[in-house]
Design a protein around this ligand. Structure first.
Ligand SMILES: Cc1cc2nc3c(=O)[nH]c(=O)nc-3n(C[C@H](O)[C@H](O)[C@H](O)COP(=O)(O)OP(=O)(O)OC[C@H]3O[C@@H](n4cnc5c(N)ncnc54)[C@H](O)[C@@H]3O)c2cc1C
Length: 436
């Protein structure tokens, strides 16, 4: 879709997940009347991914976390297609779609989330021997598998594989399963093992936040869940996870053949095929390279946000672990991108820097663990974690609030601004001259 010569500049948002939808709303508000905003997704709907673990134990129906996007985008005056992209052509300022057509852009915002690298471990994932909660349709299949499992209870293996960067949902799911099995009165028949590439429980790809090590170890201990850290899974056979436990020196210390009747591990992520291997745009795993303003250093009219952004690991660990990109951190990227594109439209250089603050709630059904990391990458100004029943209530509140925000097409209502101000949690860093 080329642009007519006298048309407004076009800002194209690629991907309509947690980051892309909010980005479209916020960019549209920041550039109202001065640019055309369009969204390319590969789905008609927005799905609230953080509730997927609840879908897998039927605490939520998929329908409850779905928002059809076309009507909201139309109401907001944002162009929308769900055809999906096959390739970004940054040198030609266009994105090629699955139907063979192309959309030209003046600015591109990439928010395509992860491609799930299940294929890096034989037998892994929903096409192999384990279930997944990464996508809502995966979680719906996991719910069927869980119901069948409950009729014939056996051991459970849950966790995060080598190279994973998303650990909160792994703990969350292990503890949700424990709660649900107790509710179904079959927990006593289900030995559970948490298998993780993290060097210690509660590392979370962040070298811990506050006392996440103590809090999460204690949760696992109290609920009789054994664990293997520094774990590298070599393969999944039907009903058996083959795991190497690695020492500090990287050598294999012990091997475990863990039987299971139900298993979910978070996989490693990589960039989607439409951007993979583009010199100057992506790193070797297909994540988008971005400077502190979220702008690509080579293709200066391309910004990126969310899980698709390249962030180096915190430091070497015996088994590779990545840095998580959590919801609030992504929202801070969204706000910076919206302000920076608006500045460029006015002929100024981008100068907003996202705070990358992390506020995370991991719910266990009857309690949970919360942490605030400001900034997400240490050393930090705020490094706090806590636990209790309030986390479950807060997470349900957050789910309702975020889905409403997507349904209404608002990026940050006034009361959110006020609450964040009260808590002293900022989306943007205070910029200095050097940041410009
Ligand atoms: C199970 C799970 C639970 C999580 N829970 C939490 C939590 O409780 N709190 C928290 O802070 N974070 C959580 N996260 C981390 C993070 O907040 C989410 O992963 C979040 O959804 C990431 O947002 P995103 O926009 O980067 O990617 P996504 O939300 O995955 O969105 C990417 C979008 O791009 C689209 N797309 C992909 N390829 C194409 C293509 N070729 N063309 C067009 N569109 C395309 C996808 O369909 C998708 O809609 C969780 C992550 C997972 C996996």
């Amino acid at each position: 879709m080329p642009k007519p010569a006298n048309a407004l500049p076009r800002i194209l948002v690629l991907g309509a997940g947690l980051g892309g939808t909010i980005a479209a709303y916020e960019i549209r508000d920041a550039t109202r009347g001065r640019a055309e905003v369009m969204v390319v997704s590969d789905s008609e709907d927005y799905w609230f991914v953080p509730s997927n673990p609840w879908v897998a134990v039927r605490w939520r129906e998929p329908e409850a976390i779905r928002v059809p996007l076309a009507p909201v985008m139309a109401k907001k005056g944002i162009g929308f297609t769900s055809v999906g992209a096959t390739r970004v052509h940054p040198a030609e300022n266009r994105v090629e779609l699955r139907d063979g057509s192309s959309i030209a852009y003046d600015w591109l915002v990439i928010a395509t989330g992860p491609e799930l690298a299940f294929d890096e471990i034989p037998g892994f994932g929903p096409d192999g021997h384990t279930v997944s909660v990464c996508k809502t349709d995966h979680a719906a299949h996991a719910a069927d598998a869980f119901d069948a499992f409950c009729k014939n209870p056996r051991p459970i293996v849950v966790g995060a594989a080598q190279g994973a960067s998303c650990f909160g949902p792994a703990y969350e799911f292990a503890l949700i399963l424990d709660t649900e099995l107790r509710r179904r009165k079959i927990r006593d028949q289900v030995p559970m093992t948490f298998v993780t590439s993290e060097p210690y429980i509660g590392h979370l790809g962040l070298d811990g936040v506050g006392d996440t090590k103590g809090l999460l170890e204690s949760q696992l201990r109290e609920r009789h869940i054994k664990w293997v850290t520094n774990a590298r899974v070599t393969r999944f056979d039907e009903g058996v996870a083959h795991v190497e436990e690695v020492g500090e020196d990287g050598a294999v210390k012990k091997t475990h053949d863990l039987p299971f009747g139900f298993s979910m591990l978070l996989p490693a992520f990589r960039g989607i095929k439409a951007v993979h291997g583009i010199e100057g745009l992506t790193n070797p795993r297909g994540f988008i390279l971005a400077d502190k303003h979220q702008r690509n250093p080579h293709f200066k009219n391309i910004y990126s946000l969310g899980v698709c952004v390249a962030i180096p690991p915190l430091g070497p660990t015996p088994v590779p672990v990545g840095v998580p990109k959590t919801g609030f951190m992504i929202e801070s990227m969204v706000t910076a991108v919206a302000h920076n594109i608006a500045a460029e439209l006015e002929g100024r250089e981008p100068n907003e820097v996202p705070s990358w603050n992390a506020v995370c709630l991991a719910d266990f059904g009857d309690g949970g663990v919360a942490f605030v990391a400001q900034p997400q990458i240490p050393p930090r100004n705020v490094n706090w974690s806590s636990h209790g029943k309030w986390v479950h209530i807060a997470k349900v509140g957050f789910e309702k609030y975020f889905i409403r925000k997507v349904r209404r097409g608002t990026s940050e209502p006034l009361y959110e601004k006020l609450v964040l101000q009260m808590l002293g949690i900022k989306k943007l860093k205070e910029t200095t001259k050097e940041d410009v």
